[in-house]
Design a protein around this ligand. Structure first.
Ligand code: IPE
Ligand code: IPE
Ligand code: MG
Length: 249
């Protein structure tokens, strides 16, 4: 039976987050430069966005560029930025056709002006779409995001808009860049690395983690469905016992 038919549509995660890793290694294996790998990686993005839409997943967050990635060679950073602009140019039409709403999280103040402009134009153009919400984590780091939230909450306390004792999970959630977005139930990382690399540290607190050796440029629809199927076979206990989960007590 085709893998997509084995998936129970009633038991899908609402939000899947992906660390798209391995473009450089993939390119090296082909005897090509790293930028070639990133271009191929953009094709995987297209395929996985389609696959998530097909499965009627509500939110897909893709880690496209981390704060730490700014320290890569300038040539690679520049190439990634122009790839981003050209992808937005070529893909916005398909996002509209497929009813995809684009959002982005991260420190956008340090993005090149033209990138920021393009990004916000696409976000604005797709803002009323009601299908999949595609969140690009761009110039993003979870520690940066948490620091920003702490600053905002401290300001609320200084302004006496909240009391220190009122600070709870809900207030922290509201002050993260992912406010209004449910936490991911499933996080996928490609390329055989077993780490989080400063991605959604707060939001992944109870996510199921799925690691695959496939490099991002070779990660396709079937691999995505495989991860969803694996997720469905896990028991999410949230601290309870297996018996409690089984009997819903
Ligand atoms: C992921 O692939 C893409 C970005 C981080 C932008 P890498 O470029 O990290 O590829 P590897 O890890 O060097 O193979
Ligand atoms: C994580 O990949 C960031 C993105 C996928 C955008 P990296 O390749 O930068 O991660 P590390 O540095 O190997 O952990
Ligand atoms: Mg990498």
């Amino acid at each position: 039976m085709a893998i997509s038919n084995q998936i129970d549509k009633e038991k899908l995660p609402r939000h899947v987050a992906i660390i798209m890793d391995g473009n450089g290694r993939w390119a090296k294996r082909q005897g090509k430069n790293r930028v070639f790998g990133h271009r191929q990686g953009a094709k995987s993005v297209k395929e996985i966005v389609r696959a998530a839409g097909e499965m009627e997943i509500d939110y897909l967050t893709l880690y496209a560029f981390s704060t730490e990635n700014w320290s890569r060679p300038k040539l690679e950073v520049d190439a990634l930025m122009s790839l981003l602009v050209s992808s937005i140019n070529s893909e916005t039409k398909e996002l509209m056709e497929n009813n995809v709403r684009l959002l982005s999280i991260g420190n956008h103040d340090i993005l090149p002006k033209n990138v920021k402009k393009k990004l916000y134009e696409a976000i604005d153009q797709t803002k009323n779409n009601k299908g999949l919400t595609l969140v690009l984590a761009l110039s993003y780091s979870a520690k940066w995001e948490i620091i920003e939230a702490v600053k905002k909450i401290a300001q609320l306390a200084v302004n006496q808009e909240i009391k220190i004792d009122e600070i709870d999970e809900c207030i922290i959630d509201k002050n993260l860049s992912t406010h209004n977005i449910p936490h991911p139930e499933l996080m996928i990382r490609t390329s055989g690395e077993f780490r989080i690399s400063n991605f959604l540290l707060w939001q992944l607190a109870y996510a199921e983690l799925y690691f695959t050796n496939k490099l991002w440029p070779e990660f396709g629809k079937e691999d995505f469905f495989e991860a969803l199927l694996d997720y469905q076979n896990r028991e999410r206990r949230f601290g309870k016992t297996s018996e409690q989960v089984e009997h819903k007590i």
